[in-house]
Write a protein that binds this ligand. Sequence first.
Ligand code: NI
Length: 154
Amino acid sequence: MAIRRIIKIGDETLSKKCRPVTDFNARLATLLDDMAETLHEANGVGLAAPQVGILKRAVVIDVGEGIIELINPKIVSSSEETTNDYEGCLSVPEKWGYVERPQTVTVKAEDRSGNPFELTGEGLLARAICHELDHLDGHLFTEKVSEYVDLSET
Ligand code: NI
């Protein structure tokens, strides 16, 4: 495993649409292992492949319950109920802002071997899923922030 460099806001890589993963091979496994290590080293909640320069539809999420890998994820349902909470992004250092997200989302994805599965997340996990999937379409949370918060004052 290896730590990969996290691309920061301003780099056009982050605004590109990612391609589906079609080869579930050792290269993908290495990418996912590296993304997990990079995420943990940075104390983040989620990391999408484009943030390490790979324009493929793969994300890793860890809300404190272990790594979740989502390959070719698609949100299949989201609750009408939303939460408005602050979030940040490893590609947007030292910025946190309020974003409205669904309270619950269900996502269809594949695992690293290509096996399909469904996952329902609530609260922080739902927020992380939405945030990371936005990365795969070239969107950053900064496009959706209603208000920035200054966490350095607390
Ligand atoms: Ni992010």
